[in-house]
Unconditional design. Structure first.
Length: 139
């Protein structure tokens, strides 16, 4: 797929990738993200994360399948991030291999956080159920 307006809108100027700070913040006792990250209108995090034991290809295929079933436009960027859009909602999904056979998947809400939480989150959670090992920072 070719990068287009959807992907550029979602990812332009948005930090992609993971660093040691991101990995450390997965421990609830060491999570300092609240000091640095912005949150949505109701104070909810603009990101949902889960771990998976499936392959990168399997997780990416499942994300695309769920997105299309829920009516989201799907675009893949040069760096492998998946841009998703529907109405006012813009998402970026990134898959990181932490160690062999363990992935961390970040679903970043870049536009329409309130609409995503109210209208789409439950459908996404159920749709991804078979590739999720554990949800992190779940509300």
């Amino acid at each position: 797929m070719v990068e287009s307006d959807l992907y550029n809108k979602c990812c332009d100027g948005y930090k992609l990738g993971m660093n040691a700070f991101d990995i450390i913040s997965m421990s609830s006792g060491l999570d300092l993200r609240g000091l640095f990250e912005t949150t949505s209108e109701k104070g909810r995090r603009r990101e949902k994360r889960f771990s998976s034991e499936k392959s990168v290809g399997t997780v990416e295929a499942k994300v695309k399948e769920v997105a299309e079933r829920l009516g989201f436009r799907v675009e893949v960027g040069k760096n492998g991030a998946i841009g998703l859009g529907k109405g006012k909602v813009g998402l970026v999904v990134e898959v990181f291999e932490i160690v062999s056979e363990l992935l961390l998947v970040a679903i970043k809400v870049v536009d329409g956080a309130m609409e995503f939480d109210q209208l789409h989150w439950d459908d996404w959670r159920l749709g991804l159920e078979d590739v999720v090992l554990s949800w992190h920072h779940n509300e």
